[in-house]
Design a protein around this ligand. Structure first.
Ligand SMILES: *Cc1c(COP(=O)(O)O)cnc(C)c1O
Length: 388
């Protein structure tokens, strides 16, 4: 029966029945005209979620990591200088990927629990008078720490330094859950995936690409074949795909977009804020602390929560699964054993969040955490009742 329990990991997320049905379609020929009918509107409509009119949407059969690889290999050359800050496991992995591709990576080390340091970016870019830095890379929502960064502030810092670098942004765990303004923030490539805010299985890397990034393609010499934007765009222009597309997922994305637009994107973001606030009220009532260092950094899609000294967050997540059949996120990287995570994005309601809070409370009580049973649930109930 436990397969009916929601997951509280920050991706892959719970799939609404409507999307499970939408991907349940028979094989059809992706070279037949009806493929175009489903695929072309999906590319167009996804732009609204990225917040772009000028940009293009490009998708590959891959997870989000493949989207990162597509972003850098289509715009950069071996040895190119890139600027990036490390403040969690996902920003760390992007750094590692850039290094393995032979880029010259300038890393700004930040405390975990903080976000992209726009001021430091501004200083480094201002000092780069030769304009050697070709790209600034930002993880919008650091899923390991539950920190949301201010991408608009990074854009301001870049403009303040009058710097022409590309702005590449990982929005895998924010897109479709929190507002994203690709055009407004001057984002050149925004990288997302199907399995988080879009509530689908893993398997589509979904990218928003600016005209400026498209102009960089011809000069980019990092090797790429599978992820070459040029092949993809040439095929897409005729309504096709350069290889076999993930047909069922494309049907799923079509329906997912319908669901997001029916609810209204602003309402989707408001719902995520509300669910996240409920979780944050519970954390406060337990007397525990978030990893995110200040409210302006709080993520509405995931909360990372320190366990008290002397407790092991991974043992807690393990126990919640073993005893109650519910998954929570473990601590990643520096936070291994020190923090657990509650994912609260995608297909989720007040009622589902309350069930997650009740479950993790039981698990904590079982392991003798110094919390009062019911305290977090009550705090969230109060918040949900009074914010309707
Ligand atoms: C989930 C996630 C990714 C992508 O991971 P995949 O497993 O490759 O889909 C990248 N960045 C962030 C911030 C994420 O949360």
């Amino acid at each position: 029966m436990t397969d009916q329990n929601p997951v509280f990991i920050p991706g892959p997320t719970n799939m609404p029945d409507r999307l499970r049905r939408a991907i349940q379609v028979q094989t059809s020929d992706h070279r037949a005209p009806d493929f175009v009918e489903i695929f072309a509107p999906v590319l167009e409509d996804t732009k609204k979620v990225f917040g772009t009119k000028d940009g293009k949407v490009i998708t590959f059969p891959a997870s989000g990591t493949g989207g990162w690889e597509a972003a850098i290999t289509n715009t950069l050359c071996p040895g190119d200088k890139v600027l990036i800050a490390r403040y969690g496991v996902f920003s760390h992995r992007w750094i590692d990927m850039c290094q393995r591709h032979g880029l010259d990576v300038q890393v700004i080390e930040c405390d975990w629990g903080t976000g992209a340091p726009a001021d430091k970016f501004g200083e480094v870019l201002g000092a780069d008078t030769a304009k050697d830095i070709k790209a600034v890379l930002v993880t919008h929502n650091e899923t390991a720490t539950g920190v949301l960064s201010d991408v608009g502030a990074v854009r301001k810092a870049m403009d303040g330094a009058d710097h022409p670098a590309l702005l590449l942004v990982d929005c895998v765990s924010s897109l479709g859950s929190m507002a994203f303004d690709m055009d407004g923030w001057g984002v050149d490539i925004a990288v997302s995936g199907s399995q988080k805010g879009f509530m689908l299985p893993t398997g589509m890397a979904i990218l928003g690409v600016s005209q400026k990034a498209l102009a960089a393609i011809e000069g980019a010499t990092l090797p790429r074949t599978f992820f070459d934007f040029r092949d993809m765009m040439a095929a897409n222009a005729n309504g096709g795909f350069p290889y076999t597309p993930p047909l069922q997922l494309i049907h799923g994305l079509s329906e997912s977009l319908k669901m997001l637009f029916e609810e209204g994107l602003d309402n989707v973001y408001a719902r995520h804020f509300r669910l996240a606030e409920g979780v944050r009220k519970a954390v406060e009532a337990w007397g525990l602390k978030l990893v995110a260092k200040s409210p302006d950094l709080y993520s509405d899609s995931v909360s990372a929560i320190y366990v008290p000294e002397g407790f092991d967050s991974n043992a807690l997540a393990q126990h919640a699964f073993d005893a109650y059949g519910v998954s929570f996120g473990i601590g990643l990287g520096q936070l291994d054993g020190k923090a657990f995570r509650i994912g609260h994005l995608g297909s989720l309601t007040d009622v589902m969040v309350l069930s997650g809070l009740a479950t993790i409370e039981m698990a904590m009580k079982d392991l003798d955490y110094p919390i009062e049973l019911g305290s977090g649930v009550a705090a969230a109930q109060d918040y949900f009742r009074n914010s309707r």
